[in-house]
Design a protein around this ligand. Sequence first.
Ligand SMILES: *Cc1c(COP(=O)(O)O)cnc(C)c1O
Length: 355
Amino acid sequence: MTAPRLTVDLAKITHNAGVLVSRLGAQGIGVTAVTKACLGSAAVAKAMRLGGVAGLADSRIENLRTLREASVAGPMTLIRSPMLSQVEDVVRYADTSLNSEPTVLAALSAAAVAQDRSHAVVLMVELGDLREGILPDDLLAVVRQTLLLPNLVLAGLGTNLACQSGVEPDHHNMAELSRLTDLVEAACGISLTIVSGGNSANLDWALSTANVGRVDDLRLGESILLGREPLRRRPIEGLHTDAFRLFAEVIESKVKPSEPWGHIAQTAFGVQPRRADVGDVNQALLAIGRQDVDPDGLVPQGPGRIIGASSDHLVLDAGPNRLAVGDEVAFEVDYSALVRSMTSPYVIKVLITAS
Ligand SMILES: *Cc1c(COP(=O)(O)O)cnc(C)c1O
């Protein structure tokens, strides 16, 4: 079989989604499954749906369009603020979008009017991670503006933590989101149905707190796909961490010294740390590189250690046993390696369906 190859075990994804749906369900929280790491793969989205998630979400409208055109069922949310240049497609392909800019809200409204549709919006609140979100002091004003816009339905509030600055979701910032929800409802005489507390980084909080407050939704990608929580990248008990496997092929295998010789300047990708002299090693060259994957996010399955990477080569210290040209090496991927290998046209994707 051709390499490099990323295998996707759909039953493991369904299992992970199902376990998270039931654990969070017990806390009164629904799951919106995020498909962006898989480029809006319809097969992966369907596997997530089989696990019982309430809806699907992606950061790119192109991916939601792919899902719609593949007849994947269920409500769909765009989780990155729409580009002004894409509002027509956002209204056409997404039921809901997450928003933080009044200009974009007005444009979504105009597009919804033109298409004679209704579009739901969730207003994102900045709670300290300093990526997207309306500052709490400005929230009521934006809510009032939104309520005046025709064909837009204000569905609720959301926030996103841990992505930009690593701010942990905890009882302080989650209670603040609940407080803002109550405040908006009281001040404007409306009721909000979606209070979206965040991403996979919210799991520790959501599964351990005695009081989730108003939070009734989490948007989960990494935890479903890779079975890990992203704050400390610990495996989540009962979930598969190996739904994805990357295979690369050996194109050279030789015993070489561990230290380079000659005068050392920069490499193709900047200054590399000096390698320690450990004598000769079984070096293997694999036909995969930075174009295809984030080498730092790969864990070789079996003996062997990654000692370098350039655009098209990955250099492995194969350990005690020499690999043969043509052998394959399997890797576990982290989120960064997953996203990059999914995006590389050179990496073949192989779906494993239940046998
Ligand atoms: C990517 C993203 C998510 C999903 O994050 P995971 O850590 O993969 O669960 C949720 N919400 C927003 C706004 C995102 O951009």
